[in-house]
Design a protein around this ligand. Sequence first.
Ligand code: PLP
Length: 388
Amino acid sequence: MPSLNPHLLHTEETYLFAKIAEKRKRCLLDVINLGVGDVSKPPIASCIDALRNSVEEMTERSTLPGYPPNQGYRFLREKIALHEYANRFSPEEIFIGAGAKNGAADLLDLFAKGSRIGIPNPSYPVYLGASRIAGMQVLFLPCLEENNFAPTLPNEPCSLIYLCSPNNPTGHSLSKKMLESWVAYAHNHGSLLFYDAAYEGFITSGNPRSIYAIPGAEKVAIEARSFSKKGGFTNLRCSYMVIPKECRLQGVALGQLWERRCQFKFGGVPYPVQRAAESLYSSRGKKELMLQIQEYQAQAVYLRKGLLERGFSIVGGSDAPYVWCKIPPNLSSWEFFDLLLEKTGVLCIPGVGFGSHGEGFVRFSAFPEIPLLEKALTNIEREMFCAI
Ligand code: PLP
């Protein structure tokens, strides 16, 4: 009798997006989707050129790339080491992946079933779902308003802690002081930190972009970054993790362990995609990328200002393209979602979808372009004030 993975069977599906899609279908108004976590702008022109050129190379026997190396092509790892980390880490310490989502979930392969995993609440739902499927013990780290939405340090030791800065959904980023306390925690408890910096490119506050700004972090932290939001790669799929050579658990170098895992369970990222990612580091690519990020940042400023002017209490929007908005206390986040959609056609994400401590909030995304944001704000102003 075959038996299925009981952890997968008992992991709750995230009904969130299915439920939102269902409600959206029933909405009688034109929907303005401020729920999206996807980009609205295509990859920059340098990327498109690199894609075209590399596809051309694939048409010739002499330049056919074949299987990609598991760890990623050296040409990309060298650029990342130089441009992102000023060669503080070598290309051997950089691992190219097919998305930070995969990295966050697959990293659990390094830990024994039943290990205790610290997960911020609210947070990006992948940390929880992947931990449940892997049969881990989950310890929630509440991110409370009174703590400025930073996750609470646990008293118990955890094998792995997920940290996400700037955070999805709150848009909040962790200060140097907060990061220092997490690095100290990891040293004291023999824990590993998985630092998800998928939105580091959007930081304007001066908070660190990298966990490695903290001395000693290289011994206890793996950092993940992504080209999805920063380069428009949500479809192309390319990301990277830094696993410093000093990063060890129980005397084992985690980079080597990860490499072993990837030899059996990862097929690498396509050559054209890695060439496209490399083009972001050319001088033309850097200029184009900077302009694109500035446009997203301007959208976030616009949305933030618009919501503030309409009396909402919000955080985020300055270090990430998300605005975390407090809702009136008489409504749950789903009730607010329903009311907003029904009265204005604006679609947000109920905070509770990211964890129980997200109740009382909703997430608005600044990925949609300004005309759409303007329409959403106008509708909110016209229809919402009398409704709540
Ligand atoms: N990490 C966070 C915090 C995210 O919000 C997302 C996507 O929304 C990801 C990772 C996924 O990144 P990628 O597209 O590289 O898989």
